[in-house]
Design a protein around this ligand. Structure first.
Ligand code: SAH
Ligand code: SF4
Length: 426
């Protein structure tokens, strides 16, 4: 199916355009603007080619400013492979296969992830970085997160917020505090706010709708929710109120591993909830934890294919980190290299997606976040949770703090670009 890409002049025009097109029944998806189409707006709208004229008429009627509508070229990438003779022939053939735009099988993805040959690992991470450059360019998106409640009704075995952890002091931010945190980050130029919490039903549908509306009204920001599983009708209400993105990780696409880590979650219900998000028009984030008990490269390969099949737009990959007072507290942390390999393979297989270099990467190793950005990642999430609550949002222990300054310094130190909206604080 051929597709066209609509590149808008600003984020607000893009959002207005996306809404108008969707309302008119055009199936739209949002992707990071490929660098060859300019960098005015970091996100662009993709539509089926046969709807181009109809879409243009709608954009004109709604006075949406866009810089162009182009045919989205089928993806081909060359130059992913380094001139290195120490990598296996079959490994090189797989990278070549990616270059030609062909899909990899589960076994082939497993082969990439399972390598322990240093030359192959280096080649894989470098290929992820080149693919990042070719698909989404050099801009690193910077988003702000508010962890607004650490109450949770669930008991995930890896997570410090699990309800059985009675030694964790619990907090809830009041709706006005959440809105204030968003206003504060907007002043610094940030245009996407992530609202994250444990599964806390104190925030009823009505309360969340009011929070979303207030943030939209006062800041106009893109809103990402990460509240865990919620019934479809609530997700729909949040979307209607103005939420744009939703993060709900599958954690492991392998049913057995998922079940071992989630005593009170149902695998099929999680998948269905992720599907609901897609159907409701959310830009959908998902992802996995690297280093769960029993997880081997073949399972991680399953994760990658799951994300591809579900059409996930934002991919969060982070190593498992032990959290105090949890069943997994004495387990070894996930492997940094394996996490980096996953970032690279996610980029190579999924191509035009947003991939954060996660806080878990920053926590596990001092240069973990930098290495993530150099292996395929293109987003950083900055923590805007008020200091008085931050320590208690202990999903895992000794969590690194990513500040706007550390993010900006990191982006500059590796010669990447800050998004235009963040310019004012450069
Ligand atoms: N309750 C929501 C959002 C908060 S948890 C939810 O579960 O979706 C956000 C993410 O933190 C989870 O998706 C999980 O991948 C990650 N996480 C929690 N505990 C972790 C740990 N010990 N190590 C690594 N990641 C962890
Ligand atoms: Fe709750 Fe999310 Fe932690 Fe599970 S991962 S215990 S749902 S906060």
């Amino acid at each position: 199916m051929s597709e066209h890409i609509i590149v808008c002049s600003t984020t607000s025009n893009m959002l207005k355009g996306e809404k108008a097109l969707r309302k008119s029944g055009i199936p739209v998806r949002l992707i990071p603007t490929p660098k060859r189409y300019g960098k005015l707006c970091t996100t662009s709208i993709v539509i089926p080619s046969e709807m181009k004229s109809y879409a243009e008429a709608i954009l004109q009627k709604e006075k949406v400013e866009y810089t162009g509508i182009y045919e989205l070229e089928p993806f081909r990438a060359d130059g992913l492979l380094p001139e290195d003779k120490k990598i296996g022939e079959d490994f090189a053939a797989l990278i070549k296969k990616i270059e030609s735009g062909e899909d990899l099988t589960l076994k082939e993805i497993e082969r990439l992830l399972a390598t322990e040959n240093p030359a192959e690992i280096e080649a894989l991470l470098a290929a992820g970085d080149r693919m990042r450059q070719k698909t989404v360019g050099d801009v690193v998106d910077i988003r702000g997160a508010v962890e607004f409640s650490n109450h949770c009704r669930k008991n995930c075995n890896y997570c410090g917020l699990r309800r059985s952890n009675i030694s964790l002091p619990r907090y809830r931010m009041m709706p006005h505090e959440i809105v204030e945190a968003a206003v504060e980050m907007r002043k610094l130029g940030i245009s996407t706010v992530i609202l994250q919490s444990g599964e806390d039903l104190w925030y009823t549908e009505e309360k969340m709708v009011n929070i979303i509306r207030s943030i939209k009204r006062e800041t106009g920001m893109r809103i990402t929710l990460s509240l865990g599983e919620r019934p479809r009708h609530e997700l729909e209400a949040f979307r209607k109120a103005g939420a744009n993105n939703y993060l709900l990780k599958i954690e492991s696409a392998n049913r057995k591993i998922f079940e071992l880590a989630h005593p009170d979650d149902d695998y099929d219900a999680r998948v269905k909830n992720i599907r609901d998000l897609k159907e409701l028009g959310y830009i959908t984030g998902s992802g996995c934890i690297v280093g769960l008990p029993g997880q081997r490269p073949e399972h991680l390969a399953e994760d990658i294919l799951f994300l591809k099949e579900m059409g996930i737009n934002m991919v969060g990959i982070g190593p498992f980190l032990p959290a105090r007072n949890t069943p997994f507290e004495n387990m070894p942390p996930g492997d940094v290299l394996m996490s980096l390999k996953m970032v690279a393979v996610a980029r190579l297989v999924l191509k035009h997606v947003f991939i954060p270099s996660t806080t878990a990467m920053a926590t596990i190793s001092p240069d973990g976040q930098k290495k993530g950005l150099l292996s395929g990642a293109n987003v950083i999430m900055v923590n805007f949770t008020p200091l008085r609550y931050r320590k208690a949002y202990e999903i895992y222990s000794n969590k690194a703090v990513v500040t706007l300054k550390s993010a900006v310094d990191l982006v500059k130190s590796i010669g990447r670009k800050l998004p235009p909206y963040i310019k004012e604080i450069e």
